[in-house]
Design a protein around this ligand. Structure first.
Ligand SMILES: Cc1cc2nc3c(=O)[nH]c(=O)nc-3n(C[C@H](O)[C@H](O)[C@H](O)COP(=O)(O)OP(=O)(O)OC[C@H]3O[C@@H](n4cnc5c(N)ncnc54)[C@H](O)[C@@H]3O)c2cc1C
Length: 322
């Protein structure tokens, strides 16, 4: 089987597009397969700690890197990668949409994904009222009754936003209090929009083509009640969804991919970068830098696979050490 691409990048966040910028600029045929543009940075309207850029929004930052990568010839396809297999020295990358692409190298840059509740109706009604990003989607449901599933510090931003955008919001959480910060909580309650639903969990999200109601179970009494809502905002953290590559890489206890500082994983030709990697600091500039390191390693790997001479840092270091 022959490879139609030199490099396939999985993920269109800051790590993925930084990687694609470098491989495409090295004239490697590069494809980015991604569920969306921007990843987690879509959830912030203000980034002021990316070196050389005083202030920007998350989406704007990634849009610029995407533009740079495309200027050098990187292609972008919107889909979800569900399987990767290595056959000989070629990777077969299969998507949810049923397509298959082949490449000599793959860079895994698929970051973190919002944690789901795993209840009936949730998957079916995603983007039809089920949202994992209040700051992104709250304005679509202005003046309506909403549900928020969130607690602790994660709930600060969504509760603040829904206090201004919603008619009222049912705030569902598993303990007695949604947040142990009394001043913050009383500010939210004084805004008059929050209806606290303590000791509770959502057990079903209902609706035909859009969210119409949720069923909520009280953990103490066992009783279930229904709330009519137009949307459910679920903000319960992020997970790494690395199951589909676990036969090719080593994972840590959090399911993050173990890669060395060159972005190399346990499989030759398979590299990883950004928040999906087992590295403690999750920041945009770090993800971008890891994307670049993985791209340089992938470039050396692809050129070697094609029998070309490689002038890379790795070779230079090896020569000096000898
Ligand atoms: C609310 C919030 C605010 C933040 N603010 C800042 C900040 O101000 N400054 C800062 O430096 N950092 C900030 N961060 C952290 C920063 O967003 C991350 O470190 C960075 O986005 C990681 O980039 P990434 O490309 O590795 O992953 P992600 O941003 O998670 O992007 C992953 C990409 O992969 C795609 N994807 C996932 N699975 C698949 C699949 N199977 N197939 C295809 N595509 C897939 C996703 O759709 C997404 O496009 C913030 C994070 C959050 C959540």
């Amino acid at each position: 089987m022959s490879a139609e691409y030199d490099v396939i990048v999985v993920g269109g966040g800051i790590a993925g597009f930084s990687a694609a910028l470098y491989t495409a600029r090295q004239r490697l045929k590069t494809l980015v397969i991604t569920k969306d543009i921007g990843g987690q940075l879509n959830m912030t309207t203000l980034v002021e700690n990316y070196p050389a850029i005083l202030k920007t929004s998350g989406p704007e930052l990634v849009a610029r890197v995407r533009q740079q990568a495309e200027l050098f010839g990187a292609e972008v396809i919107f889909d979800e990668v569900v399987d990767i297999q290595k056959e000989g020295n070629v990777f077969r990358v299969r998507t949810y949409g049923g397509d298959e692409y082949a490449s000599l190298a793959v860079i895994l840059a698929f970051g973190k994904t919002p944690r789901e509740l795993g209840v009936p109706g949730e998957a079916r009604l995603k983007n039809k009222g089920v949202s994992y990003c209040t700051i992104c989607d709250a304005s679509f449901f202005k003046g309506q009754d909403i549900a928020l599933v969130s607690w602790g510090d994660l709930a600060r931003e969504p509760a603040t936003i829904l206090s201004t955008t919603s008619n009222k919001f049912y705030w569902i959480f598993p303990s007695d209090k949604p947040i142990y910060d009394d001043e913050f909580l009383s500010n939210v309650l004084n805004a008059g929009k929050a209806v606290l639903v303590p000791n509770s969990e959502v057990v079903e999200i209902k609706g035909n083509n859009k969210v119409e109601a949720i069923a909520v179970k009280n953990r103490k009494t066992g009783e279930t009640q229904e709330f009519k809502v137009a949307a459910v905002f679920i903000e319960v953290g992020y997970v790494t969804k690395t199951d589909f590559v676990k036969h090719l890489v080593r994972l840590n206890e959090r399911g993050e991919i173990i890669a060395d500082w060159e972005g190399k994983t346990a499989t030759p030709g398979l590299f990883a970068a950004g928040d999906v990697v087992a590295y403690p600091y999750k920041q945009a500039v770090i993800a971008a830098a890891q994307g670049v390191a993985a791209a340089l390693s992938a470039t050396a790997y692809v050129l070697q696979a094609k029998g070309k001479k490689v002038y890379s840092l790795t070779d230079w270091r090896a020569e000096k050490i000898k």
